[in-house]
Design a protein around this ligand. Structure first.
Ligand SMILES: Nc1ncnc2c1ncn2[C@@H]1O[C@H](COP(=O)(O)OP(=O)(O)OP(=O)(O)O)[C@@H](O)[C@H]1O
Length: 269
């Protein structure tokens, strides 16, 4: 369970996240929605401590992760895999090596420094690529892939990290509609098949409604909506999006939420 208590982040006079409280059970797929500048990225970045809160606490299974330092903080970050809008791959490295980077925390330091990947690590990385139908790209340089393929590589890298949480910050913002579906499907599979909690910042409300089992809406840093997608009515959307509400509201969910089916990690093909 992820518990966020009174989480606040100020940048000078500006409050990016303002006294947010949430309880997120394991295995949830939560969409964080709101206008540009609402505080979505700052909220996610605080969860894995890329940004530190000005006030408040974050607890994972009862442990205060806001207090972690040094090795414990590195371990926490390894358990919260990030997926970014711009994929954050090493373009000149091949796809398999990019995925193996997700294993760095699982291997002894001397091996990770020398990039000495074991046959088991390679098999795990390859199986993750197979899972997302991109194993045939394993030897290609990441920079030669399309945006949708690169994002699937980034999700495979997140998966081999064996995280408790995936924090996806606008993972589909630079993708076309077809790749948007492919990438959201990949996140949904990780959530359902492995029971990994997903927090996903999304601009597109129709996508958030289709894929997430819960929506958390921020406006000027404050939590103004927290509920299932079908509870987000026109009034709630207007509170979140103001005059843009009519543009972003699509009342028809396009993909019915699927029941979670949890299996342990098993990457080997
Ligand atoms: N490092 C920073 N320094 C100063 N202000 C910041 C910083 N990071 C974020 N902010 C401000 O905090 C507020 C929230 O920003 P944040 O990026 O979290 O919003 P967002 O909802 O993710 O927006 P977008 O959807 O455009 O990415 C904004 O007003 C932003 O300008």
């Amino acid at each position: 369970m992820l518990i966020i208590e009174g989480l606040t982040r100020r940048f000078g006079e500006r409050i990016a996240v303002d006294d947010v409280c949430l309880e997120i059970p394991r295995g949830s797929f939560v969409g964080v929605i709101g206008r540009s500048g609402a505080g979505k990225s700052t909220l996610l970045r605080m969860v894995n401590r890329l940004a530190d809160p000005t006030a408040g606490r974050i607890l994972w299974d009862g442990r205060d992760v806001t207090a972690l330092r040094g090795r414990e903080l590195r371990d926490w970050r390894a358990r919260c895999a990030m997926v970014f809008q711009q994929f954050n791959l090493s373009g000149r490295l091949d796809v398999l090596t990019n995925v193996l980077v997700g294993r760095l925390n699982q291997v002894p330091a001397h091996r990770s420094l020398l990039r000495l990947w074991s046959a088991e690590d390679r098999a795990i990385a390859l199986a993750a690529l197979e899972r997302f139908d991109i194993a045939e790209l394993a030897a290609q340089r990441a920079e030669h892939l399309s945006g949708g393929q690169q994002q699937r590589v980034a999700i495979a890298r997140a998966l081999v990290q064996e995280p408790d949480l995936i924090l996806a910050d606008e993972p589909i913002a630079s993708l076309d509609p077809r790749n948007t579906r492919v990438v959201m499907d990949a996140l949904a599979r990780i959530n359902r098949e492995f029971g990994i909690t997903v927090l996903c910042n999304l601009h597109a409300l129709d996508i958030a409604r289709s894929y997430c089992d819960r929506l958390v809406g921020l406006s000027a840093g404050r939590l103004v909506f927290d509920g299932p997608p079908d509870a987000l009515d026109a009034d709630a959307a207007r509170q979140l999006y103001g005059l843009e509400a009519d543009e972003v509201v699509d009342a028809t969910p396009t993909v019915p939420p699927a029941a979670p089916h949890v299996v342990p990690f098993a990457f080997q093909a």
